[in-house]
Design a protein around this ligand. Structure first.
Ligand SMILES: Nc1ncnc2c1ncn2[C@@H]1O[C@H](COP(=O)(O)OP(=O)(O)OP(=O)(O)O)[C@@H](O)[C@H]1O
Length: 642
């Protein structure tokens, strides 16, 4: 190289000397040079110099990047503490929510992610007021949520430097890789379930732990004027508590029911939630759990009461509709991830385990007992034992309150309705006059905290005294124990803003509604009778499968008959004229000895078997109950019956 430079200088430098030099070493370069300059008007030597420079810069940059990356990794490894949070954990959303409210707004971050879906998780739109939510204010459009996107968001908090990294999950990184070499945040928006890594400069995780507590407190504060309702969602064939809905707190006074029962229930829960109660339970080895059954007809306030109780005690409400679960395992999984103190609402528990039980239905008109494993109201796929297991099994968590609702409490399994699983049963029934008066007042009384934009819907044209008089008059016109609170609420909602009119029209409505209910009751009874008839037919078929082929020997031939159920009495035999005559040697349940209690030897196609004879029967041999027998049944049946 030194030699080359010396010559280069000696020969005066410049492009001609480079050319000569290259020409001497690479034959044909002169030809290329003249070709390029003549036809393309490009000086090949200059081009070569430029390309060389570019190459040098790019490899230099790569080296610098590699060095920067190792320095970053080195710093991260030795000078930062970090905590990673799974995408499915609600803490993940709480951290994002805090960053949204405190960092993105203040730093005026330029790269964000936005979504306008219903709010299904704990992340909230940080630009909005703390308590204004769409389910309370009737907005036409869903608000836009802005959240951090992929990559690192850094900020100062409590004199510490924090870096929060949102990491693309498998899906987004795949899509990202397919697109270009662009950074993740420009390629795919986060789906919402990406893991987070919270880092802090320094060698202790203590500041991160404090920061995470701050995020949780912030989320709690945002939710404090709401009841957090969490529902299970099936994602990737797995049920999880993934949907969070914030509902305005429902005051207990707005749930109309027997005051004494309500007060007792509230003080029972209050008592249960005390620390001293927990200590009492634990020290005496009693599982610290409480279960309540809210039962009554539809529309009597079972769900409303659960919501109001959750609001009253500041607990989260976890709602589970049991018939929508597929297996016991799902129920167990959902129960294991519940927080230590919360309210779980299990709806429609009467749909559980029905398929497992054989329910003895009413006798039909000719007195025959029918056995059914079918009952109207649907069949859940969670079994009764699965439910009992989560309620008080060894693996079930302590500290939570389980509220169960049912419209058919009398049909519930006894194992379920025992103390320890259901400690109190609360009946919510039809409305009484006292409650009707309260409901009327609640509907029309002006709200002190009313927002101006909502005022229109609730303003009434009467004063307080007048309203009380109207309420009292209204209640006297509502018959006791006839309508559900939901029905009456529906009526009052149709007369919103017109309390006087509501009083005027109530008698007509009561009459109409009673006629309608009468008709619907009649219709239901008809449908039930039809269903029972259909069930009877189905069951007769099922029972037929259990039938036994009976051979009755008469002289030299056997007669085949059917018993409606194995073990049925002599009266269950069909008359002989309905039976088929067969030669005694036919091999189908060949003859046995005449009557008697003794056990006899019967021959079946040459195979010997022991057969019990029922008392009072003529020479009887029974075949075993099989589907095959059933099919033989029908074949013979077709032949034998006229
Ligand atoms: N006791 C009640 N007090 C006040 N409002 C009630 C009451 N019962 C029902 N309502 C009103 O009727 C509607 C339906 O009530 P809710 O869903 O709580 O009834 P439910 O008993 O849970 O019905 P279902 O058995 O069909 O689930 C709600 O809007 C609620 O406000």
């Amino acid at each position: 190289m030194g030699e080359l430079l010396k010559r280069f200088r000696a020969e005066g430098g410049g492009s001609s000397s480079i050319r000569e030099l290259v020409e001497r070493r690479r034959l044909g370069f002169g030809f290329l040079q003249s070709f390029f300059s003549k036809w393309l008007k490009v000086d090949l030597t200059t081009l070569a110099v430029i390309l060389t420079l570019f190459g040098a810069i790019s490899s230099g940059t790569q080296q610098v990047r590699a060095i920067a990356l190792s320095v970053y990794r080195w710093i991260t490894r030795f000078f930062t503490a970090s905590v990673s949070i799974q995408g499915s954990d609600r803490l993940n959303r709480e951290v994002l929510n805090w960053i949204g409210a405190h960092v993105l707004l203040q730093q005026e971050t330029r790269i964000l992610t936005a979504r306008s879906e219903p709010i299904q998780n704990d992340a909230m739109h940080f630009g909005r007021g703390l308590v204004k939510r769409i389910d309370y204010f009737h907005e036409k459009r869903l608000p836009i949520q802005y959240l951090p996107t992929f990559g690192i968001t850094w900020f100062f908090h409590n004199r510490n430097v924090f870096l929060v990294r949102r990491i693309p999950d498998g899906r987004s990184s795949r899509e990202g890789a397919l697109a270009t070499e662009m950074p993740d945040q420009y390629v795919v928006p986060p789906a919402g379930n990406e893991p987070l890594v919270v880092m802090c400069l320094g060698r202790s995780v203590a500041p991160i732990k404090k920061f995470l507590d701050v995020c949780r407190d912030f989320a709690d504060k945002q939710r404090e004027s709401f009841t957090t309702v969490r529902a299970a969602r099936n994602q990737y064939h797995r049920e999880s508590w993934d949907t969070t809905i914030l509902r305005p707190i429902r005051p207990l006074e707005t749930v109309h029911m027997d005051m004494k029962v309500k007060d007792e229930l509230v003080s029972d829960i209050e008592n249960y939630l005390k620390h001293s109660t927990r200590r009492f339970y634990t020290s005496r080895g009693i599982p610290y759990r409480r279960g309540y059954l809210l039962h009554g007809p539809p529309g009597t306030g079972k769900t409303s009461l659960s919501l109001a109780l959750a609001g009253r005690f500041g607990l989260e409400l976890y709602i589970l509709h049991l018939p929508s679960l597929n297996a016991d395992g799902e129920l167990e999984r959902l129960f294991t991830v519940l927080p230590p103190q919360c309210i779980v609402l299990l709806e429609d528990i009467d749909a559980v385990g029905v398929k497992r039980r054989v329910v003895e239905a009413d006798k039909d008109e000719d007195g025959t007992k029918m056995f059914s494993n079918v009952r109207s109201g649907g069949v859940g796929r969670v079994s009764l034992s699965g439910l009992l297991n989560v309620l008080d099994g060894v693996t079930s968590q302590e500290g939570r309150i389980v509220l169960m609702t049912s419209n058919m409490a009398d049909k519930l399994d006894e194992a379920l309705v025992r103390p320890g699983r259901i400690d109190k049963m609360i009946f919510l029934g039809h409305i009484y006059q006292q409650a009707a008066e309260e409901m009327f007042l609640r509907m029309y009384a002006p709200d002190a905290n009313e927002e101006p934009n909502l005022a229109e819907t609730c303003t009434v044209e009467v004063g307080e005294e007048e309203l009380k008089k109207l309420a009292s008059e209204f209640s006297t016109k509502v018959p006791d124990d006839t309508f559900t609170p939901a029905q009456l609420q529906g009526y009052l909602l149709n007369h919103r803003n017109r309390p006087a009119r509501a009083v005027e029209d109530i008698i007509a409505w009561v009459q109409e509604e009673q006629v309608r209910m009468e008709q619907s009751k009649k219709h239901e009874a008809e449908m039930a009778a039809l269903e029972a008839k259909r069930n009877k037919g189905r069951l007769a078929q099922q029972n037929h499968k259990l039938a036994a082929i009976v051979a009755v020997e008469r002289g030299g031939s056997s007669e085949l008959g059917f018993i409606s159920q194995p073990g049925a009495g002599p009266g269950d035999f069909p008359p002989l004229h309905e039976s088929a005559s067969m030669p005694a040697s036919s091999g189908v349940g060949t003859a046995v000895t005449q009557g008697g209690d003794e056990t006899e030897e019967a021959q079946d196609g040459g195979n010997h078997r022991r057969t019990e004879n029922s008392p009072g029967l003529e020479k009887v041999g029974t075949d075993v109950e099989t589907d095959q027998a059933a099919s033989q049944d029908s074949a013979v049946d077709g032949e034998a019956r006229p």
